[in-house]
Write a new protein. Structure first.
Length: 313
């Protein structure tokens, strides 16, 4: 007698009818559910394919061809020319400086927001303002700064009339690379608040209580507990801010009409400049360089974000 037969006899003796579970019933349903789950991503996949993947491949692919359609590596090697390297250096400098300033100011604002109620009026106003200001860029932002601190801006003229200080005494720096710093910081700070505030809110009160119970101070808590825990999230947000500034184009194009001091503007110059003829495909090589930088930065951000999510669960 088998084990199944013995179980059936015991069930009959107890007045129960043993339940028989089908062996291969639910499997096809699970498979169909899995396929349907992936089919739901079809619209998004088509959007990414048509408006991101294909344009990127076409843009980058042109960097490997000459004007006559022949394959060449001259455009790729052109990235290492001194003028191009200087442009990449300017982009790195602007992105790094604005990312650090935006991360520090944004982290301080997030720390100040910890003392407010999550459903209070102040938190609601800050959340709404940061969501709007983080997306406020391009020509509108450039015009706002030109109207405020341009050569004939309201703040510029007010400082000259009331204090006698001309912020553009040594030249109109707003229309050069240094002028991008305050403009980029304007939208970097709100982005930092949006990305870093959830990590600060994820700190558990039990950690502070345990630190106080063991005789630790506030300095000990932030340097030995909260600081190491928040470090991956802070660095990840910093990388996100760097990528945001490194890929910005519209604001810089509206402010800097002459020259190509950063990589996005150099790509524009390669495509439309009348003085740089015969090197339109160089734009594809520059785009490839930007993509490599962005992939490395965003990979680092994803790794740090995954590490942060472990203790936020």
């Amino acid at each position: 007698m088998t084990v199944a037969d013995t179980a059936a006899l015991v069930a009959d003796a107890a007045g129960e009818t043993p339940r028989r579970h089908p062996v291969a019933g639910p499997a096809p349903l699970r498979r169909r559910g899995g396929v349907a789950k992936y089919l739901g991503l079809t619209p998004f996949a088509l959007y990414v394919l048509l408006f991101l993947a294909i344009p990127t491949l076409l843009a980058v692919g042109t960097g490997f061809f000459a004007e006559d359609g022949s394959f060449t590596l001259a455009n790729i090697l052109g990235i290492f020319e001194p003028a191009v390297l200087t442009t990449f250096g300017s982009s790195f400098w602007v992105s790094a400086v604005t990312a650090v300033i935006g991360a520090v100011i944004g982290a301080l604002v997030c720390y100040a927001m910890l003392g407010t109620k999550s459903s209070g009026a102040l938190r609601t106003i800050v959340d709404s303002a940061t969501s709007v200001l983080a997306q406020f860029g391009g020509v509108m932002l450039a015009f706002a700064f030109i109207a405020a601190i341009g050569s004939q801006g309201l703040i510029t003229l007010w400082l000259v009339d009331t204090v006698g200080v001309n912020i553009h005494e040594n030249g109109v720096w707003l229309y050069q690379v240094p002028g991008l710093l305050p403009v980029y910081v304007y939208f970097q700070v709100p982005l930092m608040i949006i990305t870093f505030l959830p990590a600060l809110e994820g700190l558990k009160s039990q950690w502070a209580e345990a630190n106080a119970t063991l005789g630790g101070t506030r300095w000990t808590y932030w340097t030995r507990i909260a600081g190491p825990v928040l470090a991956p999230s802070f660095i990840g947000s910093l990388l996100l801010l760097f990528a945001n500034a490194f890929s910005s184009y519209a604001t810089a194009a509206a402010l800097i009409s002459q020259g190509s001091q950063i990589v996005p503007l150099q790509i524009r110059s390669a495509l439309i400049s009348e003085t740089v003829l015969g090197r339109e495909n160089m734009a594809g090589a520059l785009a490839l360089g930007m993509i490599v930088v962005m992939v490395v930065v965003m990979w680092g951000y994803s790794v740090l974000a995954a590490r942060t999510s472990r203790w936020q669960r």
